[in-house]
Design a protein around this ligand. Structure first.
Ligand code: SF4
Ligand code: SF4
Length: 338
């Protein structure tokens, strides 16, 4: 069943400070209220988490470890790991890594539950259906051009506003805040470069996919080509509305759901690879476009990698926004606005 454990994990002594997840360069550690989970297949055995764990809840799996017993508490993970005493073969100086040595207060939320993730997806689906029904209604479609633009923009505003309000409610319900619950935090500068690389790669895959699929005779539907200027209007006001909705608000809300909730939820339960696949497929499906499903799924994988490797949601939000910005710029350039 998967790769062998490279470390000894002792959830019974973990104070859920989150330090191990912060330092893990592979993003393979997850800490919950009663467990420590590691995707061993992705673990490089760098021992950064061992150094960071002041509580001694993570230790090397070596047989000759210098065991220091401080507690005798039943393991609570139920993961089948061996019950061992608290140990840390490294000296205190190395373990503290230059930090003060004081135990930090718990800052890690419990992982998103199945009911929370399912509720967020259900609300998103219901709102999309309501939005599409409203925009497809006779009342809206008979509006004059400018009225139609405002109706579409207003509907999108309500859609994203309600979705965001629901996510905030979920976060408040668990006594957390948006930044902590969704890992909206700083990240290593190198991920700014990776953010740009993900955008370039995403568009390269999209263009290559479009070229191949068209060569095979599958033309994109009109909505997949340039509906941005149709939705927001082919003028400067439309460009401003598209920037707000498509570049800023949309990527933020979508990243909260797919890389902020679905990805950590599925990764904690089934491993990072499965979590990445599940979040990417749901992300692609949420756009209701069969023609764009493959490139969007690929983008979902790249964004999930960015989220997991940077340990922050900010780079994937930035990459998603930049990706959409390219689409907006292209659409309004073709329309002669830029
Ligand atoms: S660093 Fe140690 S105490 Fe803190 S969350 Fe990780 S395993 Fe638990
Ligand atoms: S910090 Fe290093 S040793 Fe610890 S789980 Fe991550 S990759 Fe593995």
């Amino acid at each position: 069943m998967g790769a062998r454990a490279k470390l000894t994990l002792k959830p019974e002594v973990c104070d859920r400070c989150g330090a191990c997840m912060d330092v893990c360069p592979e993003g393979v550690l997850q800490v919950g209220p009663r467990y420590i989970y590691c995707d061993w297949a992705g673990c490089t055995d760098c021992r950064a988490c061992v150094d960071a764990c002041e509580a001694g809840a993570i230790g090397p799996a070596s047989r000759g470890a210098n065991v220091r017993r401080t507690r005798s508490v039943a393991a609570t993970s139920g993961s089948g790991e061996r019950r061992r005493s608290k140990s840390d073969p490294r000296d205190e100086g190395a373990r503290s890594g230059g930090r003060s040595g004081r135990r930090r207060s718990p800052k890690v939320d419990a992982p998103w539950s199945l009911s929370e993730v399912a509720a967020a997806l259900a609300v998103a689906l219901a709102l999309v259906v309501a939005k599409n029904a409203l925009l497809g209604s006779e009342t809206v479609s008979e509006l004059p051009v400018r009225g139609l633009v405002w109706a579409r923009t207003g509907t999108l505003t309500v859609y994203y506003g309600l979705m965001l309000a629901f996510l905030v409610w979920l976060v408040r319900r668990r006594g957390s805040d948006l930044f902590q619950a969704f890992s909206l935090k700083t990240f290593a500068p190198v991920y700014a470069l990776w953010t740009v690389a993900v955008v370039l790669l995403g568009w390269f895959v999209y263009v290559a996919y479009a070229f191949i699929v068209r060569a095979l005779g599958w033309e994109p539907p009109p909505s997949a080509v340039s509906d941005l200027t149709d939705v927001f209007g082919p003028d400067v006001l439309g460009l401003g509305l598209a920037i707000v909705m498509v570049v800023l608000v949309g990527p933020f809300v979508e990243e909260l759901v797919f890389r902020g909730m679905v990805l950590p939820f599925a990764s904690t339960r089934w491993g990072v690879a499965v979590g990445t696949g599940v979040s990417a497929l749901l992300f692609a499906a949420s756009h209701f476009s069969l023609w764009r499903f493959v490139p969007l799924a690929f983008l979902g994988v790249a964004l999930a990698w960015l989220r997991m490797s940077s340990l922050s949601l900010v780079p994937s939000i930035a990459a998603h926004a930049l990706y959409n910005a390219v689409a907006v710029a292209a659409a309004f350039y073709v329309a002669g606005v830029l």
